[in-house]
Ligand binder design. Structure first.
Ligand code: 3AM
Length: 178
């Protein structure tokens, strides 16, 4: 199984985000709202014995519920080329704390530590070879986006099946926050 840990988001919030999607950047591959999520930790291809360890470790994690606010849009780039358009997250120490606890739990389960810095975001579109000028004006036009805060009451272990168009994500286990 290909696994990752993420926040799934309530539909009221997905609907607000979806308003940002679909137009303004020719060639962008917009993520369908069904697939919107905020990744806390990508795990990757996992044998079933390890998936059990991961589930056990995540189930033992204790953390509190907190509010989450999506705001702004931004771009990830690699080698000077834009690869993803995302909606940002307002600074959120409780989210960082949860992500930290997940990282610790996964280390305990036997995973190698994640070296990349946690940059909370919701991927709105994947990009290859889109016009940078269009992208720049899109970001400028939508940068003041801000959604009302939503309560985060659980986090989720997802499996992902890569598809030609969009991947299919399945919520395997939900872990409640206190
Ligand atoms: O949440 P986003 O969309 O930013 O790009 C994948 C997606 O990120 C990312 O994990 C999330 C759920 O699939 N992902 C896929 N392969 C990855 C990898 N090898 C990866 N992240 C890190 N390393």
């Amino acid at each position: 199984m290909r696994l990752f840990v993420a926040l799934d988001l309530p539909w009221e919030l997905r609907r607000k985000v979806a308003v940002l999607a679909g137009t303004g950047i020719p060639g962008a591959r917009w993520v369908p709202p069904d697939n919107y999520h905020l990744t806390l930790r990508f795990i990757g291809e996992t044998p079933s014995y390890l998936a059990e360890e991961i589930d056990y470790a995540l189930a033992g994690l204790r953390a509190r519920q907190f509010p989450l606010t999506l705001t702004g849009v931004g771009i990830f780039a690699k080698g000077g080329r834009s690869t993803a358009l995302w909606v940002g997250v307002e600074r959120n120490p409780q989210l960082d704390h949860l992500q930290n606890k997940i990282e610790t739990a996964l280390k305990r389960a036997g995973l190698d530590p994640e070296r990349r810095r946690f940059q909370p975001h919701l991927t709105l579109a994947r990009l290859d070879n889109v016009a940078e000028a269009k992208l720049a004006s899109y970001v400028q036009a939508h940068n003041l986006f801000r959604a009302d805060p939503v309560p985060v009451e659980h986090f989720t272990l997802f499996s992902s099946q890569l598809g030609k168009e969009a991947s299919v994500y399945t919520a395997e286990v939900e872990y409640a926050l206190a």
